[in-house]
Design a protein around this ligand. Structure first.
Ligand SMILES: Nc1ncnc2c1ncn2[C@@H]1O[C@H](COP(=O)(O)OP(=O)(O)OP(=O)(O)O)[C@@H](O)[C@H]1O
Ligand SMILES: N[C@@H](Cc1ccc(O)cc1)C(=O)O
Length: 503
């Protein structure tokens, strides 16, 4: 049962190809001619070496395709695998044949899924890569499928984890599932492309242990399961691994079997840490459904910070995608402040700007007179728009502008209230603000640690009240400085700001 869908039911089960006939996706896959069919080579990992060519492909050009009786329109799709590779978004594929299948106008569009376990209420920047890859498939004419692991989230994926994940209670899982679903619907449904969202609890909740052993366990080889990276690493650790976690690969593997069989989903994508689980799926498909190359797996490199650590929720200060966990302003600010060394890599992997446009930005950065952070501003705009929509971007830009020392934006209390969610605030009684020297007020509000530090910065012209520079050291806060009688903003430099509310 689909959770949410951005397309009609008819288009989910039947796929038109270049004739008047309609074929199921499984049949379409088996109709492809593949030169390399031996089962030993089929699941070999295809490492991709050629990265970052700058050729661009126009998205979606319909071509005419003749049949004997009539002319019908087939769709020539841009090669999404080539695009991902050019942008540094391709690590491995289970078969190079995916490359021809994805752009062949005689082959039905692919249905591509990426799974997310509900281990937090929001997805984070690392997870965004999966959504971006899904979106690339959408933009190239394929269908995106988001899978929420309502069942797998109860088990815990050992991939890349040194410790067993804590068990989540039913209420937390429900809240997390709802949060993740909202994000997927908002982003994947953004450009009116087709998408479907499933929850794997729907097909796992009624599976008995005996069913599982019969339907899945019988086809799994323990030796192959033990050889997976995620298992090998954990077996070497002191705590070892629970049987529950050991079974995880079969749950994710069977999801792929189920989705191919029941919904025609024929590609699974994930970060490189998901390779073992994805190939568990293609393996089971071959054995259970007895089909060769009916389905493909594709992984992308993990998004890393420039210190080599992975963006994730386990790290400090996760970059959350949900606006209730990180405001669009803070999200925008994160990208606005990424170091120069990261910005081009992020433009390629996190935005849909063409490689030509990115090359222009890169060249600009090397020119004398380049305005610092212009590339970052482009990056922040693009990613914020993709995740938070036009409205979220507007809010982020408005708050950024309002908080810029010396900005022309007139601050009203409404705007200050919104900014207050993102910067330190304090409450002071009116008699500790009105008529009091700016030195005393800024120390009471915690902007400076001491009066001498406040005086020093004031002398250098570094203190702003409601974004206006204070050029008089002896300035006192007047009644008219208090916006709508409710408060004011003091700042010193880009990052040191405080909202003072009158209590
Ligand atoms: N930094 C990252 N770069 C690219 N993909 C990532 C990253 N982090 C997670 N993913 C991908 O997102 C999907 C969901 O992964 P997962 O649920 O393991 O993330 P996570 O559990 O939130 O990570 P963690 O708990 O380590 O912070 C997987 O396909 C995974 O490969
Ligand atoms: N194992 C993936 C989530 C996932 C769950 C079920 C799947 O079928 C696919 C992917 C992860 O940790 O994050």
């Amino acid at each position: 049962m689909a959770y949410t869908t951005g397309m009609t039911l008819a288009s989910r089960s039947l796929i038109p190809i270049c004739s008047k006939t309609f074929l199921s996706p499984l049949r379409v896959a088996s109709l492809l001619s593949f030169p390399e069919k031996s089962s030993t080579t089929f699941f070999r990992r295809h490492q991709i070496h050629h990265l970052f060519s700058t050729s661009t492909t126009p998205l979606f050009s319909p071509v005419k395709c003749s049949t004997l009786e009539t002319e019908v329109q087939a769709v020539s799709r841009p090669n999404v695998v080539d695009i991902l590779q050019e942008r540094g978004l391709l690590e491995s594929v289970t078969s190079e044949n995916l490359r021809s299948a994805c752009s062949d106008p005689n082959v039905a569009p692919l249905k591509v899924y990426c799974g997310f376990d509900p281990t937090a209420e929001s997805l984070h920047l690392g997870n965004l890569l999966g959504i971006i890859v899904l979106s690339w498939f959408q933009r190239c004419g394929h269908q995106a499928v988001g899978l929420i692991g309502g069942a797998t989230g109860r088990v815990g994926d050992p991939s890349g984890k040194s410790l067993e994940r804590p068990e989540l209670d039913a209420l937390t899982l429900e809240k997390n599932i709802a949060g993740i679903k909202n994000i997927l619907v908002k982003i994947l449904g953004g450009n009116a492309s087709s998408y479907v969202i499933f929850n794997n609890y729907d097909w796992w909740k009624d599976m008995t242990m005996l069913d599982f052993l019969k339907k899945v366990g019988r086809f799994a080889r323990v030796g192959v399961m033990m050889a997976k990276e995620s298992v090998k690493k954990r077996l070497e650790s002191e705590q070892g691994m629970s049987y529950t976690e050991f079974s995880y690969q079969l749950l994710q593997g069977y999801d792929f079997v189920h989705l191919l069989d029941k919904e025609g989903v024929n590609v699974q994508i994930g970060g490189s840490d998901q390779w073992g689980n994805i190939t568990a799926g293609t393996d089971l498909i071959r054995k259970i459904l007895q089909t060769e190359e009916a389905a493909y797996g594709l992984t992308f490199p993990l998004l890393l910070k420039n210190d080599g650590t992975k963006f994730g929720k386990s790290e400090d200060g996760a970059i959350w995608l949900s606006p209730s966990m990180l405001s669009p302003y803070k999200f925008y600010q994160y990208f606005f402040s990424v170091p120069d060394v990261d910005v081009i890599r992020f433009l390629k992997t996190l935005t849909f700007l063409s490689l030509d446009e990115i090359k222009i930005v890169e060249d600009e950065m090397r020119r004398p007179g380049y305005v610092p952070n212009s590339a970052q501003m482009k990056l922040a705009e693009e990613v914020t728009r993709f995740v938070h929509g036009e409205e979220g971007l507007k809010e982020a830009v408005k708050a950024t502008e309002a908080l810029r020392p010396g900005a022309e934006t007139k601050l009203d209390w409404n705007l200050i209230e919104r900014i207050a969610e993102d910067i330190p605030t304090c409450s002071l009684p009116i008699d500790r603000v009105s008529g009091v020297s700016i030195v005393d007020v800024s120390v009471s509000a915690g902007l400076f640690e001491s009066k001498s530090a406040a005086r020093r910065t004031l002398k250098q012209g570094g203190v702003y009240m409601n974004n206006e520079r204070v050029d008089n050291e002896n300035k006192r806060v007047e009644e008219e400085d208090i916006v709508e009688g409710k408060g004011l903003v003091l700042s010193s430099g880009k990052k040191n700001k405080v909202v003072i509310r009158i209590s």
